[in-house]
Design a binder for this molecule. Sequence first.
Ligand code: DQA
Length: 138
Amino acid sequence: MKKFQIINGPNLNLLGKREPGVYGNVSFDEYVRTLRAAYPDCEIAVFQSNREGELIDKIHETGFDFDGIILNAGAYTHTSVALHDAIKAVTTPVVEVHISNVHAREEFRHHSMISAACKGVIAGFGLNSYRLALESFA
Ligand code: DQA
């Protein structure tokens, strides 16, 4: 069974309640239930933290034996050299995802500190961005 780790960063624990016009009104727990049902042959682990260091620890922990990491680093996407370095430090490929189309939003969201360290980037497809990232590993 292939193993995938989803890592969600700051404020993504509030999905379903947070700015529903941007991020939708479905909670991540609810979404992951449908994702797991659609991919019964994949083990899909989920981790969320509002703390940068905990996101880094999770990348280290899963970055050598999982088949893929799907990372939505939230706002740390735009600021974190440490996350960039963590992604480079591991062997598991990491796909960067965003629910919203960051390029159609404020200018400070246009630059990602982590894209260059990732295998690819998927943004703007709502929660479906996670499914597309999973597909990319197939
Ligand atoms: C986000 C986009 C980021 O700019 C923002 O800070 C988030 C969510 C997204 O999924 O669209 O927290 O990563």
